[in-house]
Design a protein around this ligand. Sequence first.
Ligand SMILES: Nc1ncnc2c1ncn2[C@@H]1O[C@H](COP(=O)(O)OP(=O)(O)OP(=O)(O)O)[C@@H](O)[C@H]1O
Length: 296
Amino acid sequence: MTLKRSVLFVINPIAGGKEKRHLHRIIKRELDHSRFHYEFAYTESADHARRLSKSASYLGFDVVAAVGGDGTVNEVARGILELGKEQAAMAIIPFGSGNGLARHLRIPMRPAAAVRLINRLKTTRMDAGLMNGFPFFCVAGAGFDAHISQLFAKNKKRGFSGYIKSALREIRLYQPARYEVKSGGKVIREKAFLVSIANASQYGNNAYIAPGASTSDGLLDVCILQPFPFYRYPEMALRLMTRRIQSSRYMRTVRGKEITVLREAEGPVHLDGEPQHMGNQLDIRVMPSSIAVIVP
Ligand SMILES: Nc1ncnc2c1ncn2[C@@H]1O[C@H](COP(=O)(O)OP(=O)(O)OP(=O)(O)O)[C@@H](O)[C@H]1O
């Protein structure tokens, strides 16, 4: 007799503004019940997914599945990391607005296919980043993307169209700031529209800020996008979507294990799209191979 593996599905009911009731049916149909038993938990507030995931990992669940977007994935992964002696692997069932990490890892966007991946239990270890002590797994940063994530968090309506509307409204008004970026003895001083620290290649929705980034190279890609003229916005959007932002003359990238970003003033940053307020100094480092994740 083989011992059954256990899965906890941590479901964020508001992620992506998408209905998730049919998920129960999908799991019943797609999960291999001869090898797995499962439980559900719905998150009730921000940070709840972290606590649920930490307890599940402590209780010996083999897999904690984050059902939501990058914010939910961040909290679930944090919970597993925090336990110290890691036990559970993370699965992702993409239900967010952007699903950056899931897309980077080539996890299917269809919930049924994503659930079926759990049956195979193929895992890979991935890096995490830390910004002033707070973990991120996909992309973190300061500047325009942090500003948008702050606005988006206040917006009741989630989903891709919400992002686009906020970004289009704000892009003309946004004032770039000065940054000093230090990594591996290199110092870059630039006025920038945004400074993104990428563990994975994209923000979500296949917007590739760091097309060459790898979640298993033990490095973070620091992407410094200088201010660019208004008439180039469509070109920059196209470059983001076609993995060609790195060849823009406005983009500078450095790779590093430890990075310090100094900015003019304290203000918003984002960690996997979730806004947070931080001081003017951002100390960032990579935590190599820190979490196991189920992949195709
Ligand atoms: N019950 C809840 N009520 C309100 N907010 C919640 C609840 N559960 C979780 N949250 C918060 O919802 C936020 C958004 O979640 P998530 O990032 O997964 O979705 P998304 O923003 O739509 O997708 P993506 O990050 O892929 O764009 C997270 O900050 C999380 O803390």
